[in-house]
Design a protein around this ligand. Structure first.
Ligand code: G1P
Ligand code: ZN
Length: 544
């Protein structure tokens, strides 16, 4: 096998964001763009030479082509073995599971998560370390530094590699294993959850559910687990065939983009339980009959009920949430007497806490929850957790959630996204907020007294690394909060996220409409940041 060294020129814009390098497909198709980034992974992650790499993606447009490129480069860079999901497919949590289970040297995951797919849409690539989790900042920064000075990369000349036939075959000196993308993940789920009990619930017709795979990666996983193994009725999984462009949709499981399944959970003929997952299978939206469970609440309910679930029956060591996530889980942790950590946005910050066994469960308001079973958030895992809980408690979702609020209080929650705004204006807006911080504590904004105002910085308790400038927090004395952040995953302009939370301890007031409860905070947040005049937007693009 002849190794070909290709001369290239560095790109200046390959710094990984919240979750890997995300760009338009067209950018990835530019000559050497993908190759430079991949070579920078091989150059910095030296244990891959002679080691094992896991490779797969969410099946979006350009997935197959990218897998071909990476396989050839892996062979040229001396990777001993590459485990590739059949068809080039692996959900993000399944990739994490496989990286860990086979004690590999890491994985490359191709995905732009919940961003749309297609020739004019988004693509992404990220490296996960041997613990199965997204590379920590020191690793992504090393890869980035490499992309800044790269001048050549290695590949081999070979024909199209068969990605569809399960089995092992050589590629030069490298062994390529095409593996079943579902089997290992399904086995892990069966280990964590009481499949027999969930099956009984479905068999006895006690629960009707719908799962919206949004034409993305979880289709095959959900059909195998929910319908074929657990006996949910055929048709339980909707939009279950993965498509390169996600059927033209936006594979983001929230109330706006997953409206089809939301509609099935509302009204007279509503199903008892509904859920959706995103492009790469790590996000989840949980719905009961006529109730939407916010991701922050879902995490809190899971923590409070973990003892009911087989895989967590021995108790949880601690919990963590990203900073903008509501403080609902903090209250559960306090009641259980376990630690609760507040981390910056992005799953990578949970990795050290999970590895150090300081936490068992963690989550983000952005429709992500997970546990120590892998090192990514996990959409279907969350769905199975809820199914297991419903099978044990034999109560409707709404009842479980309302009882939770009665016990712990309710954290009303909403997020406003202003997408695709001018980058300069977005940065100026954040600076303007930053300049006000020192003067805010002790003042009163529309009747809300400011308790603290800061720009969130995080010191990792395990390795001591410091991450600064992680979002502006304004906390009020009644427990409510406003948080501002600029997105690190967008591919066009800037996205301003405004996260709002209000605490209601009184059960009599917990059934009010979220929008009504949040209105005063929305007004404060909009005025304080001068959102309308600075961004030119009267309304957010998405409210979740
Ligand atoms: C968004 C979410 C964040 C999540 C990330 C990857 O990042 O807000 O919680 O970890 O996607 O799924 P953002 O665009 O806000 O940087
Ligand atoms: Zn995702």
């Amino acid at each position: 096998m002849k190794i070909i060294t290709v001369t290239t020129q560095a790109f200046s814009d390959q710094r990984p964001g919240t979750s890997g390098l995300r760009k338009k497909v067209k950018q990835f198709q530019a000559p050497h763009y993908l190759e430079n980034f991949v070579q920078s992974i091989f150059d910095t992650q030296t244990e891959l030479k002679g080691g094992t790499l896991v490779l797969g993606g969410d099946g979006r447009y350009y997935n197959r082509q990218a897998i071909q490129v990476i396989l050839r480069m892996a062979a040229a860079n001396g990777v001993a073995r590459v485990m590739v999901g059949q068809g080039g497919l692996l959900s993000t949590p399944a990739a994490s599971c496989i990286i860990r289970k086979y004690k590999t040297n890491g994985g490359i995951i191709l995905s732009a998560s919940h961003n749309p797919g297609g020739p004019d849409a988004d693509f992404g690539i990220k490296f996960n370390t041997p613990n199965g989790g997204p590379a920590a900042e020191n690793v992504t920064e090393a890869i980035f530094a490499c992309t800044r000075k790269i001048s050549e990369y290695q590949t081999i000349a070979c024909g199209e590699i068969d990605l569809d036939t399960i089995g092992a075959r050589p590629l030069g000196e490298t062994r390529v294993d095409i593996i079943d993308p579902v089997a290992d993940y399904a086995a892990l789920m069966e280990h964590l959850f009481d499949f027999r009990r969930i099956k009984q619930m479905f068999d006895s017709g006690l629960l009707r559910m719908r799962f919206d795979a949004m034409h993305a990666i979880t289709g095959p996983y959900a059909k195998h687990i929910l319908e074929d193994t657990l006996g949910a009725e055929p048709g339980t999984v909707i939009n279950g065939d993965p498509k390169e462009d996600f059927g033209g949709g936006h594979p983001d499981p929230n109330l706006v983009h997953a409206h089809e399944v939301v509609a099935l959970s509302m009204g007279h003929n509503a199903v008892d339980f509904a859920a959706a997952s995103d492009g790469d299978g790590d996000r989840s939206m949980i719905l009961g009959r006529n109730i939407f469970v916010t991701p922050s609440d879902s995490l809190a309910v899971m923590a409070a009920n973990a003892h009911h679930i087989k895989g967590y029956a021995n108790g949880i060591s601690g919990v963590a949430r990203s900073m903008p996530t509501s403080q609902a889980v903090d209250r559960v942790a306090a009641a259980l007497g376990v630690d609760c950590y507040e981390t910056p946005t992005g799953w990578k910050f949970f990795g050290n806490l999970l590895d150090a066994k300081r936490i068992t469960l963690c989550g983000e308001e952005s429709f992500g929850t997970g546990s120590d079973h892998v090192r990514e958030k996990d959409g279907l895992w969350a769905v199975l957790f809820w199914l297991n809980l419903l099978a044990v408690r034999k109560q409707p979702v709404a009842k479980i959630v309302q009882q939770h609020w009665q016990r712990f209080g309710r954290n009303f929650y909403t997020r406003y996204d202003y997408e695709g705004i001018d980058t300069g204006a977005a940065n100026d807006l954040m600076t303007h907020l930053q300049m006000q911080l020192a003067g805010l504590p002790g003042t009163t904004l529309d009747g809300y007294k400011v308790d603290y105002a800061d720009n969130f910085a995080y010191t990792d308790p395990v390795d001591g690394s410091i991450s600064e400038n992680q979002g502006i927090r304004i906390g009020f004395t009644d427990g409510s909060r406003i948080v501002y952040r600029l997105s690190g995953t967008g591919t066009k302009g800037a996205t301003l996220r405004v996260y709002l939370e209000a605490f209601e301890p009184d059960p009599k007031k917990q059934r009010r409409e979220t929008a009504t409860v949040m209105q005063p905070l929305v007004e404060i947040a909009t005025a304080l940041a001068e959102i309308v005049s600075r961004t030119g937007r009267k309304e957010p693009t998405v409210i979740t």
